[in-house]
Design a protein around this ligand. Sequence first.
Ligand code: ADE
Ligand code: ZN
Length: 323
Amino acid sequence: MPLTAEIHCHVEGAADPELVIRQARKYGADPSPFIQNGSFVWHDFTTFLQAYDFAADLFRTEEDYARLTEHYLTSLARDGAIYSEVFTSPDHARRAGLSPQAYTNALGEGMIRARDKTGIEGRMIVTGVRHFGVEAVEAAARFAARCGHPLVTGFGMGGDERMGDIEDFVRAFEIAREAGLGITVHAGEFGGWESVAGALDHLKPSRIGHGVRAIENPDLVRRIAAEGIVMECCPGSNIALKVFDGFPNHPFPALLAAGCKVTLNSDDPPYFWTTLRNEYDLAAKHFGMSEKALTAVTRTSIEAAFVDRKTRSALLARLEKKR
Ligand code: ADE
Ligand code: ZN
């Protein structure tokens, strides 16, 4: 079983239905429109986001968030993960009544607890939500730049990539880059190859969230390979959200063969009936990847991780030792 590492997972999207039901009980909310028979219920990207927002709103205190990261990272580590980078969303925290700083501190506390128990290393990527607008994304960037939390090492943007012009988000990403944060952005999931090209041209990320619809343009695939842009692929998410019609049509193997730096991630695992381990198992089953090839994927994730040199070396040494 190869060791794994994750660089694309939304922390609010990592809360499993059981935990969300417990939170709903705690706050007197009715989860039944969004959770049925122990499973999240949604049928397209819009209703997925509604279920996601419902669940996120049930994490309201520092201890709620600390427990969420502790629980998620501990379960990842028990499944063979040595590193976890999670996307955080100050906007969701604020909507749930917690300040971004208290939220970030609490998530960090959960990461430390998980590290103490299992050895898993954790980092946070603050994200803006694209469909909340340019102002909100800039505010998230300003928060990321000034929060000073040692485990906040990146900035990104999720949400609906079909909303807004990518040029309008340049300032937000400049703020984050100037603060020394690593940069990633969701593109090429619900937007086509042009969305990926626009994100690369204007925001200059070292990594792209999903990016898989770059496959629609061979020149762009060549560019991604030549520039060494790391692709945060989430095949289970893509199939569940019908970005591609089944694993045989997923471009992961073609991108890998074209020399792109691809990684495997779970995105919002319980919403897509997956886990990080399951993504690796699916890649073995559907893409014919050997244990050695999967370990190379983990190495790519660690090489692309938003961590200091010493932490990266220690993670790579753990990976080599296991081989
Ligand atoms: N936020 C949470 N999950 C997302 C996804 N799959 N795409 C864009 N934004 C998201
Ligand atoms: Zn995502």
